[in-house]
Design a protein around this ligand. Sequence first.
Ligand code: NAD
Length: 474
Amino acid sequence: MINFPMIINGQNVMTQDTVGVINPATGEPFAQVPVGTAQHVDDAVAAARSAFPAWSALSHAERKAKLQELNAALESNMPELMSLLTQETGKPMGGFGGVGSGFEVGGSMAWMAVTSEIELPVEVIQDDEVARVEVHHKPIGVVGSITPWNWPLLIAVWHYAPALLAGNTVVAKPSEYTPVTTLRFAELANEILPAGVLNVIVGGGDVGAAIAEHDDINKIVFTGSSPTGRSIMQAASGNLKRLTLELGGNDAGIVLPDVDPKEVAPKLFGVCFHNNGQTCQALKRLYVHEDVYDEVCAEMAAIANAIKNGNGMEEETDLGPLQNEKQLNIVRELAANARSAGATFLTGGEEKEGPGYFYPPTIVTNISDGTRLVDEEQFGPIVPVIKYSDIDDAIRRANNSSAGLGGSIWSSDLEKATALVGRLESGSVWVNTHADIQPNAPMGGMKQSGVGCEFGHWGMAENTDIQTIKINKG
Ligand code: NAD
């Protein structure tokens, strides 16, 4: 079994004790990682702090060149990174709709490439005989990054690339469920970046909490659940850290009566079930107009019935297992609750005997708001489809949530759908698509789905402090 070390101050760090990383397709460990502690956080922060002056003094062009080297390292190690990702997350190498490990490594490269081109030039807001006033973006210092298990490499790149380009140094902790690909990437990055610029340690919530409360970390970028986001916000208050929080969602999609069910169903299925629904912006509640309800549900069920669940390393696999047992148990619990509330399982809902954390794609009808499966984030391959008759009521129900990450309207009338979509209370809204993000457009949550945003110059600015310079000419 391969050991994957932590990277602190440019050094590989192992510990005497190690912990196994489980392959969710087998339920067995496939790799070993060190046991990170608060002392490792201190060491990493000290390294990042001492690397900061030289790194932040580089020109933008020099740091951009480093990001482009990191991108080349992703590209030349793509097969290995894909295989590690599949083993630790369970997602297929290719998979349904091509949204598997290849997509994740390819996406990481796309984000690295586009992010490396972003600049935050000095803005001159006044220059006359009285004064010259300039607005500068300065690096913040040491950025702490805490990532989840669903898209471990992609989200790591979302955190590291803008933080580094803006001139910060980084102390990062991947999820304890999926540290391996991130550690391997850190090892590759360590051959490119100066020692201490990117430190990656491992551990669970205790190590995350040590990062969140560390007095010498200046900003936290966190992607994960809303409850963890709340404790990070509290822990970060000690030294008033800047925060970017990308949190949980319960995205609603609303299907208007004018859609062609055959045409729309595969698209809806894709955005509900890619990565087994374990995506922050997966479509998690589907409201379908009564005129097309039966047909849309039947078309989606037919796709679900043809899905091949299996080990992601096998070429014919469409969907792998859930990433961990805890998440599988949440899905089981919400399914049991929906069943006891009298909902209909159009397809799925039955687990096969055998190892691994498998659950079939499951479509639940005859269900409405007030049921846990509708009201809570399932983060798994089970989707409630709710019948509606009045669009204003559907929008009201879609908005009746403390989450506000994404939402969509599906229609053959683009003008009508565009007029409606802005009424959804979420940070991203789409017409005839969902979870359709791109590296130059901001992504963030409204309500309890987050604070701040990532991507584009908006996300880059969150990795900086503003400095206003006024030169008095009087
Ligand atoms: P989680 O909150 O359980 O864990 C995320 C990370 O936080 C892990 O690295 C974990 O070790 C760490 N952590 C746990 N307790 C901590 C604490 N007290 N202090 C600091 N760090 C701590 O989330 P998860 O189960 O890994 O991920 C699933 C959740 O993430 C879902 O709710 C999903 O919607 C959300 N998510 C959001 C986005 C987004 O962009 N908005 C993207 C992906 C996932």
